[in-house]
Design a protein around this ligand. Structure first.
Ligand code: COA
Length: 387
């Protein structure tokens, strides 16, 4: 039985900060961002956008194509959760009007949790083919102003429907993984923004890739040449290139410059202009590959390397299904990106320094132009609105 991604759709916010604007404000050569880290824009969430509204915007077009009462579980991956106790997925469940006959849970391990949720969903469907699991990976990447991480912010949510006989990608059994207790990126409970040892995190990322790859090859007997397309966790697109260089070196593969670009560029188009979306970024990269590679991918093997600081990593693969192109939501992805509004640095800061949520009652003014928004917080309870 094949199990995997039947439908996939992502969302991002309605605003962006250009790294040209950012570079000018900070008096830094813009090529540090365009070339050095490979980023052009960062999606910025206004105060009335959070992971729940982003997730609802990502999931709604999927639910519109199925009987939504069939959803038997929501696995919601995030490291920018909205409550320490209640899962973001239950807010989403209410907002989307899903059946009470559904279980919901939040997954966390930095940027790895989206891959974990996808694997757990796949296992659920293998156990009971009647299951239709909604996997969400949603995050708002936020670092302190005037730190090296500030240029690598962004936000996005990916919704994936996991079923038997999937129309897009069948997840293959056998993966390689690696866990190591390190402090390269973390966000203690009292902080709104992440702390990061950026250079160290890139080293741990690449080391985890080597270990996960070694485990993957042992588990599956597959080699580099068995894989047609490579998707990586993309905190910034240069990281995916460093990863692919590392993988080719470890696998002792020589690629021409053109081959290298062909294997890496299509999967980076969206990430370059959305920025980091933590747990979602690997799957935004997959959408980017599907929407931007103008080739028939049917029967091709795609690899996924997920890395979550701290750290947990996994390397796994899937097979593209016949007719997948008929169910892609390319137009929606591209329209959302094209319709974003640019922010000045001052406007970005106004969004950045959001209302203090510890204050008891807040009614947010409307900046989020999407179909769902965070309307307010009353007595410490969040209220969402379908617009
Ligand atoms: N033109 C072209 N390239 C330039 C440049 C210019 N004018 N100025 C700098 N660069 C290059 C540097 O050589 C460097 O390349 P390299 O990585 O190949 O060595 C790159 O741009 C970044 O410059 P650097 O000085 O290292 O930037 P930084 O101190 O601001 O740190 C990060 C960059 C990515 C570490 C930082 O943004 C960060 O901490 N990000 C968050 C952490 C993260 O995403 N971790 C990833 C693992 S999940």
């Amino acid at each position: 039985m094949n199990v995997g991604i039947d439908l996939i759709h992502f969302s991002t916010s309605d605003y962006f900060l250009g790294l040209d604007t950012f570079a000018q404000e900070k008096n830094i050569d813009v090529d540090k961002f365009y070339i050095g880290i490979g980023q052009e824009k960062m999606s910025i969430a206004p105060p009335d956008e959070d992971v729940v509204s982003l997730a609802a915007k990502a999931a709604a077009p999927i639910l519109a194509q199925i009987d939504k009462s069939d959803i038997s579980a929501i696995l919601f991956a995030t490291e920018s959760g909205v409550d320490q106790s209640k899962s973001a997925g239950v807010f989403l469940h209410g907002l989307l009007g899903l059946s009470p006959r559904c279980r919901v849970v939040e997954f966390k391990h930095a940027c790895y949790s989206g891959a974990a949720a996808l694997q757990m969903a796949t296992a659920l469907v293998h156990m009971n083919p009647k299951e239709k699991v909604l996997v969400i990976a949603a995050d708002i990447a936020k670092y302190d102003v005037d730190t090296s991480g500030e240029a690598t912010q962004g936000c996005g949510a990916v919704a994936m429907l996991v079923t038997e006989s999937p129309r897009i990608l069948a997840i293959e059994p056998g993966s390689g993984y690696h866990t190591e207790d390190v402090m390269d990126f973390w966000r203690p409970n009292h902080r709104k923004t992440a702390l990061v040892d950026g250079k160290y995190s890139t080293k741990v990322y690449l080391n985890s890739l080597k270990h996960s790859w070694a485990h993957f090859t042992e588990q599956t007997g597959r080699s580099f040449s068995d894989i047609n397309h490579f998707c990586y966790h993309i905190p910034f697109t240069k990281m995916a290139e460093k990863a692919h260089h590392t993988l080719t070196r470890v696998a002792k593969v020589k690629l021409t410059h053109e081959q290298f670009l062909a294997q890496t560029q299509p999967g980076q188009v969206y990430n370059r202009i959305i920025g980091n979306s933590y747990s979602a970024s690997l799957f935004v990269g997959f959408c980017s590959l599907l929407d931007n590679l103008k080739e028939d991918l049917q029967g091709r093997r795609v690899s996924f390397f997920s890395y979550g600081s701290g750290c947990v990593a996994e390397f796994f693969t899937g097979l593209m299904q016949p007719g997948y192109e008929k169910v892609l939501m390319t137009h929606s992805h591209q329209t959302q990106i094209a319709q974003r509004q640019p922010l000045s640095y001052a406007e970005y800061l106004a969004f950045y320094h959001q209302t203090d949520e510890a204050v008891e009652n807040i009614e947010f003014s409307q900046a989020n132009k999407g179909p769902y928004r965070l309307a307010g917080i009353q007595d410490h309870k969040r209220y969402y609105q379908a617009v």
